[in-house]
Design a protein around this ligand. Structure first.
Ligand code: BTN
Length: 314
């Protein structure tokens, strides 16, 4: 149904029913589902039919591939799912059964999108980019410290090049105008010494994501109007560069760049933990391991991403 309406023009219920081989009542029911469950607004005008409030541009594997540079095209195998539970869950399952290095899964709609610390990731259909990639490192788990910060650098480089003045929030959020634009969820399978399969999941608000449980920003605010397939290709090109460098040299060469992109460098911050009292101090950048350095009343402390969340103090 959505594919029929994607062009944003009017289509009569009769035409759609004819093309889909179903009744007009079923078309009408499908329109209700699109509006209520998927959050897409459909105009319904007597005598003219149905039309989307704005054209819907589907993610397209060929268009994504067109935007990849040679090295990225050699590495990434692309797939787009109309709907899935979580692209991270899907790729973790593939990782465990020998899935390819460089497998990328993007989706239009996640029904069980996951964030850090057990949170959900929500996005209205077509409003964002939701994808995961499977990367196999030769390094063991113990040498992957700082990976999520490295991924943040790749996203920030790309978005800044496209004209969005984003900043990074430790450990792995991308902010625009001090609100969350994108989140990164990295999940690992492997052992401490041997090769490690890593699933890197990214959720990004391209246009207004609809009702979500925190203040968010979207790329449209910064005037970035690239089609989502082209945007995904740009992100994958930069991720390919950064992950290849990370594989060889770790986080160290990216540390200064991360700090220059940090939204909270030398700013007063408050850290909260799942257990224990919050800590206040001044953010002083990150260590080579990607741990956050905070100047507190008890001296300089180091915090690892695990169960910590950070907020800026007014
Ligand atoms: C966070 O901000 O806490 C991280 C959000 C990560 C969301 C992405 S969307 C694609 C991938 N699949 C998931 O289930 N989560 C990540």
């Amino acid at each position: 149904m959505l594919r029929h309406l994607a062009d944003g023009r009017f289509h009569s219920g009769e035409d759609i029913a004819g093309e889909l081989g179903c009744s007009r009542t079923l078309v009408w029911q499908a329109v209700r589902v699109i509006q209520q469950d998927l959050g897409v607004t459909v105009f319904s005008v007597r005598g003219q039919g149905y039309r989307l409030v704005a054209p819907f541009e589907w993610l397209d594997v060929a268009a994504i591939r067109d935007g990849l540079d040679e090295a990225a095209a050699d590495t990434f195998t692309l797939a787009v799912a109309e709907r899935t539970d979580s692209t991270n869950s899907q790729l973790l399952a593939r990782a465990a059964s020998g899935g390819l290095h460089g497998l990328v899964l993007a989706t239009e709609l996640q029904t069980a999108g996951r964030g850090r610390l057990g949170r959900r990731w929500q996005a209205r259909l077509g409003s964002g980019l939701t994808f995961s990639l499977l990367w196999r490192f030769d390094r063991g788990l113990s040498q992957l410290a700082g990976l999520s910060l490295a991924v943040g650098v790749a996203l920030a480089r790309t978005l800044r090049r496209l004209g969005a003045p984003v900043a990074l929030k430790w450990p792995n959020d991308v902010l625009l105008n001090e609100r969350k634009l994108a989140g990164i969820l990295i999940e690992l399978s492997g052992d401490a010494l041997g090769p490690t399969a890593v699933v890197i999941g990214v959720g990004m608000n391209v246009s207004d994501p609809g009702e979500v449980d925190q203040p968010v920003a979207c790329l449209a605010e910064a005037g970035v109007k690239l089609p989502r397939s082209a945007l995904l290709a740009e992100l994958l090109n930069e991720l390919h560069r950064v992950l290849s460098d990370f594989d060889r040299h770790g986080f160290m060469p990216l540390r200064q760049e991360w700090m220059s992109l940090s939204a909270h460098q030398d700013a007063p911050v408050c850290l909260s933990f799942s257990h224990g009292e919050p800590v206040q101090g001044v953010a002083r950048g990150v260590a080579e391991s990607g741990a956050l350095l905070v100047d507190t009343a008890d001296g300089m402390k180091t915090y690892h991403a695990g169960e910590v969340s950070l907020r800026k103090l007014a």
